[in-house]
Design a protein around this ligand. Structure first.
Ligand code: PNW
Length: 481
C-alpha cells in the first residue's frame, strides 16, 4: 500500500479527530478541532503481539529438538530466579492452537514469534530434523487460517549448544546463514517477514560480558568485541541467505533494542545531543548496520581490542533492509554538553519509577524518540515496533480478574508517543506488543509477568487480563482508547 505523506495524514487525522469529538457531543469550537490529541492510527497499521520460542514452547526434549545454551544455563543452579527453566514454559508447543485463538480474539493482524534453530538443526548445522520443520509449518498454517500474518524471528537467543565455541566462533555466523537459508526456502511461500536476530546487546553483552544470560561468560574486551562482531555478521550473512533463497517479495529485517536517548528538554541543543548519543551509543550494532562500517569513534575507543574484521564482512552487515524492528522499553536521558562528544548522560534519580522489573524505568517519550533518533541519523526503511510492553505484579482477584491498570497506563502512554512519531511523518508501520502471554522471563524465571494473558503455571490456564480487553479495543478502533 502507499503511505500517506505527513501532510495528508495530518488532514485525515484532523478530520477524524473532529468526527470523534462531534460524536462525543462536545464538538463545536476550533478549540477542540485544533488540539493535537488525535489518537487514530493510519489505515493498514499492523497490530500484533510478540513471543519467543524458549520463553513459551517448553517440550525441550520432544521431536528431536537439540539442546541450546539456554537449556544448559537454566539447568545450572543459581543462574535463574528460583532455578526455573524453560522445560515446560507455557507448553505452547502443544497449546499453540489455543494460543492462536487468543490472538484471533484480540483481532491482531500479525504475530511475531521465533523459530527454535535447534528444532530444525538439532546440532546447529548439518542434518535437518523434519519434525521440527513440521511444527512450524503447523504454526504458520494455523496463523494464516485465522487471518494472522506470521512475522518470524530466526534467532531469539536459544543457540544450539552443539555449535563449538558458540558466538565466540566465526563459524557460528556461517551456521546461522545456513539455517536462515533453509528457513527462507522452506517457509517463504507463506512467511513474508523474516527477522534475523533479536537484540544484539542481550545476545552478546548480557551473555558474554555481564554473564547474566546464557552462556554466562565474562569475557575481556577484545573477546567481547569479537563476539559482538560475530553476532552482527550472523545478521548480515543471514540477510544475504534469506534474499538468495526466499520467494520474491519476502521482506527482511531484524529486531533490535537500540539504546534510546531522550533529550532532557526538547530544545535544539538537547535534541542534537540525543542524535549524537544514538550514533555513538549503538556503535557496535545498529550504527554498524546502517553505516556499513565501524565508526571511527568506536574503533578509537576499542583501540587494541577492536574486533577482527574480514574482507566482505561489512558488505553483508551493511545489507540494505526492508524494515528495521525496534524493541522499545526504557529511556536514557541525555543533555547537551560542551565537550568533544557533545552529550552527557543524566544521572538517574534513586527513586525514578520503574515497572515490576527494576531495569524497566518508565518514560513514555522513549517511544517517540526511539523512532525519531534513528531517522535523524540514517535513511531508515519502514520501521516496526517489534516489542514494547511491561512487567506488572499481576494477581488474580477473588472474582478471577487481573486488573492490571498499570500495564494499561504504560501501554497507552507509549502508544501516544508512537502516534506522535507517525503524525510527524516517520515511517512507523506496525506495533507488536510484548507479550501475548506471561512466560519464561530469562534470568527472572517466572517471577516477572509481561503477558496480556495471565498464565497459571500449575494448570497452564490462560486468563485474559484487563490489558487484553484494552488492546482488543485499541485494535478494533485503530485508536488509543
Ligand atoms: C527483551 N534489560 O529482553 C526480549 O527480547 C524478550 O525476550 C524479553 O522477555 C523482553 O524484552 C522483556 O524483558 C530484554 O535488562 C531483557 O535491559 C532485558 C533487558 C532488555 C530487554
Amino acid at each position: 500500500m502507499s503511505w500517506m505523506t505527513r501532510r495528508d495524514f495530518g488532514k485525515v487525522a484532523t478530520a477524524a479527530a473532529t468526527a470523534t469529538v462531534l460524536k462525543a457531543g462536545m464538538g463545536k469550537s476550533a478549540w477542540a478541532a485544533d488540539h493535537d490529541a488525535v489518537r487514530i492510527f493510519p489505515k493498514g497499521f499492523v497490530w500484533g503481539c510478540a513471543t519467543a520460542s524458549y520463553q513459551v514452547e517448553g517440550a525441550v526434549n520432544e521431536d528431536g529438538r537439540g539442546a541450546t545454551i539456554w537449556d544448559n544455563f537454566a539447568h545450572t543452579p543459581g543462574k535463574i530466579h528460583n532455578n526455573d527453566t524453560g522445560d515446560v514454559a507455557d507448553d505452547s508447543y502443544h497449546r499453540y492452537k489455543e494460543d492462536i485463538q487468543l490472538l484471533k480474539n484480540l483481532g491482531v493482524g500479525g504475530h511475531r514469534f521465533s523459530i527454535a534453530w535447534s528444532r530444525i538443526f538439532p546440532s546447529g548445522t548439518g542434518a535437518v530434523n523434519q519434525k521440527g520443520v513440521d511444527f512450524y509449518d503447523r504454526v504458520i498454517d494455523e496463523l494464516l487460517k485465522n487471518g494472522i500474518e506470521p512475522y518470524v524471528t530466526l534467532f531469539h537467543w536459544d543457540l544450539p549448544a552443539a555449535l563449538p565455541g558458540g558466538w565466540q566462533s566465526r563459524d557460528t555466523a556461517k551456521a546461522f546463514a545456513e539455517y536462515a537459508a533453509f528457513a527462507a526456502k522452506h517457509y517463504s511461500d507463506r512467511v513474508k517477514h523474516f527477522m534475523t536476530t533479536n537484540e544484539f546487546v542481550c545476545i552478546t553483552d548480557i551473555g558474554h560480558v555481564e554473564g547474566r544470560f546464557a552462556p554466562g561468560l565474562r569475557l575481556p574486551p577484545a573477546e567481547a568485541n569479537q563476539v559482538r562482531h560475530h553476532a552482527i555478521l550472523a545478521h548480515g550473512l543471514g540477510v544475504q541467505a534469506i534474499r538468495a533463497n526466499a520467494k520474491a517479495g519476502t521482506k527482511v529485517g531484524l529486531a533490535e533494542n537500540a539504546n534510546v536517548f531522550v533529550p532532557v528538554i526538547e530544545t535544539d541543543e538537547h535534541i542534537a545531543a540525543a542524535k549524537r548519543a544514538t550514533r555513538l551509543g549503538n556503535a557496535p550494532f545498529l550504527t554498524a548496520l546502517m553505516e556499513g562500517r565501524y565508526i571511527d569513534e568506536y574503533l578509537e575507543m576499542a583501540g587494541a581490542a577492536a574486533p577482527k574484521v574480514e574482507a566482505g564482512d561489512f558488505k553483508a552487515i551493511g545489507s540494505k533492509l526492508d524494515f528495521v524492528g525496534l524493541n522499545v522499553y526504557t529511556p536514557i536521558y541525555v543533555r547537551a554538553e560542551n565537550s568533544a562528544r557533545g552529550f552527557a548522560i543524566e544521572q538517574q534519580q534513586a527513586n525514578y519509577p520503574n515497572m515490576d522489573s527494576p531495569w524497566l524505568k518508565v518514560g513514555p517519550e522513549v517511544a517517540y524518540w526511539s523512532v525519531r533518533n534513528v531517522c535523524e541519523n540514517w535513511k531508515m526503511p519502514d520501521l516496526l515496533i517489534t516489542e514494547n510492553g511491561c512487567s506488572a505484579e499481576d494477581v488474580v482477584t477473588p472474582a478471577g480478574r487481573i486488573e492490571d491498570t498499570e500495564r494499561v497506563m504504560y501501554l497507552r502512554n507509549h502508544l501516544a508517543q508512537f502516534h506522535r512519531a507517525i503524525s510527524e511523518g516517520y515511517p512507523l508501520r506496525g506495533y507488536f506488543l510484548w507479550s501475548l502471554l506471561d512466560n519464561f522471563e530469562w534470568a527472572d524465571g517466572y517471577s516477572k509477568r509481561f503477558g496480556l494473558h495471565y498464565v497459571d503455571y500449575a494448570t497452564q490456564k490462560r486468563i485474559p487480563k484487563l490489558s487484553a480487553e484494552w488492546y482488543k479495543q485499541v485494535i478494533a478502533h485503530n485508536e488509543i482508547v
